[in-house]
Write a protein that binds this ligand. Structure first.
Ligand SMILES: Nc1ncnc2c1ncn2[C@@H]1O[C@H](COP(=O)(O)OP(=O)(O)O)[C@@H](O)[C@H]1O
Ligand SMILES: [Mg+2]
Length: 338
């Protein structure tokens, strides 16, 4: 029996959106410096969100099985094996907060699972929005990705299997907030996630990493661990602000620690086709990044912001809505891109 056997999903009220924690200082030239600047500016500030259990939330759209099914232990999972080289590791990254990283992490992972893929989603943000958005009570967890990065726990010991069909979750808790500081004095501090993820290659089709809104050591770990990057960009003013800096960080990590790192795709999020601004920004991003931009655009829809409070992905919360359709299309496009 695993540590999650008594774990049950619970409905929650919607959490506050992330506070934008955009880093505005100049980066310097080494990867070490990328890490160090974090210590001063990138500590999460809004991690203490309380999860409240509500009794009067509408229940009609919540499938019963999702509310009452206990989580199995990882050991009970039937082994699925793929060729090691076929596992793709994508980090969902943008140091700007509130651009749709966690929303994409949850809903793309779930949609890939529904397409028959085996997916591991790693929540690397101390705010744990992805963990709670998949119905997992962070407060009930005794271990999380922190223990993998700093205590040498095995990744498979913290995985919560089958949070959705085909989708396993490596959760985050508030403990992860200390990791940025504690990693600094560790040996091979940038390689911790890469080593852990490496052991899971061959067990999944996709391993997705949801990054925190910073360019700190956690994000550097995600850059080093990834084969490729998915960069969500919100279709609003200043959409490209900070992207240059992200690309610089990517380049430094590529030069020193992960030579094969590439952009897998740029994802336009929160698109509102009725506004000229959204259309102009989408055109500007396509102009800048060309074919790297996914064909699929994620529309702004209130259902996408409601789903996390029920702990289910959009494909279950509003299966026929435009949010579900767009993330399903994105999953198909991801599979097609290979
Ligand atoms: N397509 C969308 N339509 C409407 N709201 C969205 C959409 N994508 C994200 N949101 C909401 O915007 C906020 C920020 O999104 P989130 O995915 O948490 O961003 P990040 O992880 O980059 O900080 C959340 O409240 C989320 O529910
Ligand atoms: Mg997030």
């Amino acid at each position: 029996m695993g540590i999650f056997d008594n774990f049950r999903k619970t409905k929650k009220v919607e959490e506050e959106p992330l506070v934008s924690q955009d880093v505005s200082r100049e980066t310097s030239q080494s990867t070490d410096d990328v890490s160090r600047e974090t210590l001063e500016v990138d500590q999460p500030e809004t991690v203490e969100t309380e999860e409240v259990i509500v009794s009067n939330a509408p229940t009609s759209s919540i499938p019963d099985s999702y509310v009452v099914t206990p989580i199995k232990s990882y050991d009970e999972k039937l082994p699925v094996t793929h060729a090691v080289g076929l596992t793709k590791v994508f980090s969902i990254i943008n140091q700007k907060g509130g651009v749709g990283k966690s929303t994409t992490a949850i809903n793309l992972s779930a949609a890939l699972g529904e397409q028959g893929k085996q997916v591991l989603l790693i929540d690397l943000d101390p705010q744990g929005n992805t963990t709670s958005g998949l119905g997992v009570e962070k407060n009930q967890l005794s271990r999380c990705i922190y223990n993998v990065l700093l205590d040498d726990d095995e990744l498979e010991d913290i995985i919560i299997p089958d949070v959705c069909p085909g989708l396993d979750l490596a959760p985050s808790t508030i403990n992860l907030a200390g990791a940025e500081v504690e990693l600094v004095s560790e040996m091979a501090r940038e390689l911790r996630l890469k080593d852990a993820v490496g052991k899971m290659r061959g067990k999944y089709d996709y391993i997705l990493v949801d990054c925190p809104p910073s360019l700190g050591l956690l994000t550097v770990n995600a850059l080093v661990a990834a084969d490729k990057l998915i960069i969500p960009i919100q279709t609003e003013f200043y959409a490209l602000e900070g992207v240059t800096k992200l690309l610089e960080s990517m380049k430094r990590v590529k030069n020193r620690l992960n030579p094969s790192l590439e952009i897998f795709g740029i994802l336009l999020t929160m698109y509102d086709g009725r506004t000229t601004l959204s259309r102009q920004v989408a055109a500007e991003v396509r102009n800048y990044f060309g074919k790297q931009v996914f064909e699929t655009i994620i529309p702004r829809t209130v259902k996408l912001s409601e789903a996390p409070s029920y702990g289910i992905p959009i494909t279950q919360y509003d299966p026929l809505g435009k949010g579900a359709i767009s993330y399903t299309n994105l999953a198909k496009e991801v599979i097609q891109r290979g």
